[in-house]
Design a protein around this ligand. Structure first.
Ligand code: AGP
Length: 612
């Protein structure tokens, strides 16, 4: 949520900042801006809309300067507008600030600053930082660099909430200060140039050397120097991490949208993730079988799509392990008084590893003394660094805001983990473990078949894309998929879509059903197939158009009883979520395309939600 880029070196900074912003655009795209240090002061250019709008705005100026900071925004305080977009400045226009996060005490700080005579231009929380720095620096007449650092340290101590910051001061040229608390910030160490970014994609086209900052770190970047300090301004030792090749954004590869590309990548990303686990399942998650043997409770936490993955995993864990497993929304878990039983394994699932709610939930679990394991896709992310153990899904970058390939890779990791826990706890035999993992290993072929259903799903989308409300039903492992199908559809089409456990509709949701409403039921020929057929009958009796997402066996049994069918390959019943979700991803994509939606960057959303 909001992307930050900083550059200091020998090259013109503006084109580098814009390229960095472009790579970070998935974090927010309602407005963007940059600040370049020119010879006679800091020049700020901003615009509403995407980075391309900023790029064309910048072309109206001749910006020259080798140090600058930039920002792409997802609005929290103040509507998207040029005034509210970052960088923000002080009264004198000598300071520039870019910020990702929320300053919770900004109103009190702002009131004080106004009393002292400061004039605010924007409605944002961020602007207080520029004025606080101005206050601290107003009587400084020498030792500008050092004083800027001291002022930054003092100001950050006054801030409550979360922040990643990039700061410039006219009187300390060729130097950027960065700092973070609960929002990600990474440095890139280049040759005669250094970078700052919300994540490595801000600079990985120029350098593959990254330095991940910890909470409360303050970093000073100059052309040939990176120094990191703690809050008391003691210099810290740091590690430079060499980024793996090949995990970065590689373009749309001929697809019209990243989402479609990412849906199509799933046979490979699921295969790579399964291979990474099966290389040695006993060590893949970092947690030993001895440790797992003693686990009495499992807590699974995530947000949005990642939460739906944890919901599916709950069914697997309780089916195979006979250990109580709870799937929780991170945003609910972190504020409720939850039971904290001993011997709990807390598993955190997140594509980005930066979701603020999930990070806070992890803090709570750590404070309770739980063993923590994260399943993340982004190397070096906050969750990964805070957890006792991390397993990385092997998806490469997921760019589309609507998560697709991360979900199926999370399922692959969670299924393997459930099997490992079950064996460690003595609930399944080694032979059964082998059989389950063998079924998992066969999945990429079925996933390929599911992806190839795009043609028939497109035809279905043509029939239904003008509808205003869609209902999704499922039971057992397919209930979370009903929720995920609805989430995908509403995210990228802005249409109303609701997912329910099929057995629940008679307790209320059936009142929604009216003539011709599409009701999509996920119903492979499993132990609950007949119950799902009943649900279809119930909604059809009230005029709905039933669409069955089933397998070949289920299709034969259906005998044309429903309006439309998506037929997927037969897989073991507990593995059907891997392929049914692909059909629903494609369905949402095709409906969004027919409705001319901004598929990769839907309104109001951001890929990585780093604020509460
Ligand atoms: C998925 O399509 C969403 N954009 C969203 O729900 C997402 O899954 C959620 O914000 C969690 O993100 P994370 O996996 O990066 O933690």
């Amino acid at each position: 949520m909001c992307g930050i880029v900083g550059y200091t070196g020998r090259k013109e900074s503006a084109p580098i900042l814009i390229a960095g912003l472009k790579a970070l655009e998935y974090r927010g795209y309602d407005s963007a801006g940059l600040a370049v240090e020119e010879k006679d002061g800091i020049k700020i250019v901003k615009s509403v809309g995407k980075v391309s709008a900023l790029k064309s705005e910048v072309s109206n100026y001749t910006l020259h300067g080798t140090t600058g900071i930039a920002h792409t925004r997802w609005a929290t305080h103040g509507k998207p507008s040029t005034i509210n977009s970052h960088p923000h400045s002080d009264c004198l226009g000598e300071i520039a600030v870019v910020h990702n996060g929320i300053i919770e005490n900004y109103q009190a700080l702002k009131d004080e600053l106004i009393k002292k005579g400061h004039t605010f231009k924007s409605e944002t929380d961020t602007e207080v930082i520029a004025h606080l720095l101005e206050e601290k620096l107003k009587s400084v007449n020498s030792d500008y660099e050092n004083e800027f650092l001291k002022a930054a340290a003092e100001v950050t101590k006054m801030l409550e909430g979360s922040y990643a910051l990039g700061l410039l001061w006219k009187k300390a040229p060729n130097m950027i200060i960065g700092s973070r608390v609960k929002s990600p910030l990474v440095c890139g160490a280049g040759e005669n140039e250094n970078f700052l970014g919300s994540d490595v994609s801000a600079f990985n086209q120029w350098t593959r050397n990254a330095i991940y900052l910890d909470d409360y770190d303050i970093v000073v970047l100059k052309e040939n120097e990176i120094k990191i300090y703690d809050r008391q301004l003691h210099e810290k030792y740091y590690n430079i991490i060499e980024l793996e090749q090949g995990l970065e954004q590689s373009g749309k590869n001929g697809y019209e949208h990243y989402m479609l590309k990412e849906i199509n990548e799933q046979p490979f990303t699921v295969r790579s993730t399964i291979e990474a686990v099966l290389k040695d399942i006993n060590t893949a998650f970092g947690i030993t079988k001895d440790e797992l043997k003693n686990i009495k409770n499992i807590l699974m936490i995530g947000c949005g799509t990642a939460y739906h993955a944890t919901m599916v995993a709950k069914y697997w864990v309780e089916e195979f392990c006979n250990i109580p497993c709870q799937a929780e929304y991170a945003s609910e878990y972190k504020y409720r008084k939850a039971a904290m039983p001993d011997e709990t394994l807390a598993v955190f699932v997140s594509q980005s590893g930066e979701t603020a709610d999930t990070v806070s939930a992890l803090e709570k679990a750590r404070a309770a003394g739980f063993k923590t394991l994260s399943i993340c896709n982004v190397f070096g992310s906050t969750l990964a660094r805070m957890s006792d153990h991390t397993f990385y899904t092997k998806c490469g970058s997921e760019i589309s805001v609507a998560s697709t390939k991360a979900f199926t890779a999370q399922l692959a990791a969670l299924f393997s983990l459930s099997v490992l826990i079950a064996e460690s706890a003595g609930s399944i035999s080694t032979e059964k473990k082998g059989r389950l993992l063998n079924e998992l290993a066969k999945l990429p072929v079925a996933i390929e078949t599911a992806v190839s259903e795009d043609g028939s799903i497109s035809k279905l989308a043509e029939k239904y894309y003008k509808e205003k409300t869609f209902v999704f039903l499922g039971r057992n492992v397919n209930y979370p998929i009903a929720l995920e199908g609805a989430l995908k559809l509403k995210e990228i089409t802005y249409l109303q879509a609701e997912g329910f456990p099929a057995g629940e509709i008679k307790h209320g949701p059936i009142a929604l059903i009216n003539t011709d409403m599409p009701v999509i039921s996920i119903m492979p020929a499993d132990s609950l197939y007949d119950k799902m057929v009943n649900a279809c009958e119930e909604v059809m009796a009230r005029g709905a158009k039933a669409i069955a997402v089933t397998d070949e066996k289920g299709y034969k049994l259906l005998e044309n009883r429903v309006e439309d069918v998506i037929v997927l390959p037969n897989v073991e019943e507990y593995l059907f979520p891997f392929i049914s979700v692909i059909a629903l991803q494609l369905f949402a994509y095709r409906i969004a395309k027919l409705n001319n939606r901004e598929i990769d960057q839907p309104r109001n959303l951001a890929k990585s939600v780093t604020v509460e």
